[in-house]
Write a protein that binds this ligand. Sequence first.
Ligand SMILES: Cc1ncc(COP(=O)(O)O)c(C=O)c1O
Length: 388
Amino acid sequence: MTQKLHPQTLAIRGGKSQTEYLEHNQALFLTSSFMWEDAAHAEALFAKKVKGYTYTRTANPTIAAFEQRVSALEGAERSVATSTGMSAIQAAFFTFLQAGDHVVSSRNLFGTTAGFINGVVTKFGIGVSLVSQTDLAEWRAAIRENTKLLFLETPSNPLGEVADLRALAELAHEAGALLVVDNSLMSPAGQQPLALGADISVQSATKAIDGHGRVMGGVLSGSEALMNQVAMYCNSCGLAMSPFNAWTLLSGLETLAVRMEKQFANALEVAQWLQTRPQVKAVYYAGLPNHPQADLVQSQQNGGGIVIGFEVENQEQAWAVIDRVALFSRTANLGDVRSTITHPWTTTHGRMSPEDKLAADIRPGLVRLSVGLEYAGDLIDDLAQALG
Ligand SMILES: Cc1ncc(COP(=O)(O)O)c(C=O)c1O
């Protein structure tokens, strides 16, 4: 075929390396190393004069297939797979930063990412300024001469606050800095940060890409030039994805777009219903027509995503709802086909101090849902009985 294939076709057909057995599914190359025909072949492989593989920490055909399919969906020249979402975020920072540099980051981050930025990045002599997700003036004011990287998640988890990626990309590039976006909550089926001007899209593949709560993984996408540097960092630090996980995640990619379409629709239905409940003080969902940034959501996202935050009176009520649900799984994962429920104050954001949580609008009465593929009416019935 000579015509350019649609990314959705490439997510299913792309990056395949077929063996002599003509297997239909992508083969799983569960091997730590690859053999050489002779010493000259080894020399040629290491010098990259011939195509092939040497050692799975560096590259592996199953992992390469996963990376190529993610690239097709993210609109990237190259992607690099890692062991977890956190190791992908680590690579995005430490490939490009050194002591004396400065980072500007949104303060509305996943708790472990906030812990990494405040507790690890700062240990290496890198300055960090935390700003409001949505206040462009704050981002601008925080930029210094040595600012090398701007970082955020959009929409934020679990409050659904949306950052203007086009404006932030312009700001970053004026300052000679990279814009790095954590795309875990939308996945490339819902948002393509690179098309909006970001330099690197990073995500936890553990979330929507897997979609079935099976394995851990992370992936970074961007230009060939940036990703070549990332691949070198990941190889030096041993951050490689397991070939088994890549093989599992390949099947996740094949159904990602259809799962996301339905899960976004289910999430909207649940969020709209929650808005009608007297026990619910506030509902945070980027797809709501009355979301304060509805125009921005329309212009950069393909739907509202899978995560809903809603607030009841206090922690006691939040825990009562969580303890009473029968269908939702009480677990921290999100993006799964099974809907999940969490109490951010005491779990995902538990490492943050109460002051930092309150500054990020994470309050004790907040409940987070990740909406799956169940029938939306059943999810609503479950929440109705749990709310009492
Ligand atoms: C937005 C976001 N980014 C990154 C991560 C980290 O991913 P992983 O658990 O695969 O390391 C998570 C995990 O929940 C997340 O929600």
